[in-house]
Design a protein around this ligand. Sequence first.
Ligand code: BG6
Length: 461
Amino acid sequence: MSETAPTIFIIFGITGDLAGRKLLPALLALYSKQLLPQQFSIIGVARRPFNREEFRQFIREHINVRTGQYREEDVKHFIDHIEYEQGVFDNQDLYTRLAQRMENIQTRFKQCSNKLIHLSVPPNLCENILNRLAIAKLHVPCADKFGWTRILVEKPFGNNIDGAVKLEKLLGSLFAEDQIFRIDHYLAKESLQNILTFRFVNSLFEPLWNQKFIDRIHIRLLEKEEVGIRAPFYDQVGALKDVGQNHVLQMLALIAMEKPVGFTAETIRKERAKVLKSLEIVSGKALKDHVCRAQYYGYEKEKGVIEGSPTETYFMIKCFVGNSRWRNVPFFLESGKALKESKTEICVYFKSEDDPDRENVLIFRIQPDEGIKIRFWIKTPGFPMTVEPKTLSFKYSELTGHMVLPDAYEKLIYDAIAGDQTLFASTDEVMYAWKFITPILQSWANIPLAHYKKGSMGPLE
Ligand code: BG6
């Protein structure tokens, strides 16, 4: 990306879990692949009172712990591009200093630079930061044609539907839609992007992709890890808002959407949004029958979780997409923490006319062991006329050997610099996802909270 103008990355929440685990390693990976603009600078913003050396040490520890795959020299050069601006997000002085620091960098670059402002903070802090950025005029690009300003906003987008509407309004008043990048990092996972290719490039399955031939679809995002150091944040959010409102629904959108005309960012986002809009609201009696929420035993004892917390660490929802393609096909959405294994996959079960136990299944494995499997039936060799299941499979590792697939955040940052919004959620997608989730959340208290053992398959085991 050497022809790109100099770019300044401003990361609010640089000392947070996400920045340490995903953003910094992704930036380092892009840097080492020479995919960042030739001239770039990163300004990390957070509250911790680090001096320059302490900050560098902090960054180094995070990057090394997570990757350990770069030459010491490259890591050092990368860290040389990072500066720290310490301050409290609701103090306007911070933004004045930030403006000055950006000015200094631009003087060094000798030109107006692109700015990518990343809000890697919980949703309740976004409004304040945006308002203060606006007072300091940091949302205004420094030149009309050259030197854009873009904003990246992390999920969950708002704490609830009202918060999301408010946030949208505020963002819309400061930025044009093509400057707003709403992150759902699942959209950028290689194995998820491949769903559209698989569906629309191979003519084999598309004729079968409807209620006539598909019996049900199961979308699972299962995690072995407990809530860990994110417990104080997680306890306020819960599984449904943490991954249901976004990652799981985006997986559903990709598997159920219509073929977009021309495969542009606009048409793809429109088709994903249409699916989310068509989701039948789960409410009333259906809530008890179609929704399960649960918490793992011991969750209450996690540091940062309030005593007697009713927060769910697991959910399962049965829902329907109300259009002619998917009429009466149940979609099961499931996610949980502290389960037996970490596994994200989408299983498409085909109808079997003769024997319901002998169905064909198409499995998209999103992670780990990214790939695709098809279960089919063969005649068992020999005299008796019996059948048995076999699998056709493809694994990404066969293609890439030891090469690790690029992390979703690498792709997101790369695309945000390029201005490609395909892998970012549109305002419609975010709103329709909230519209589907909100009635469930409003009735959460009426749905009994089940419990499950850590390391088990969940409450429905
Ligand atoms: C995040 C959630 O968005 O996604 C986490 O906040 C979850 O709770 C994570 O663990 C899963 O992402 P990945 O890429 O590790 O599957």
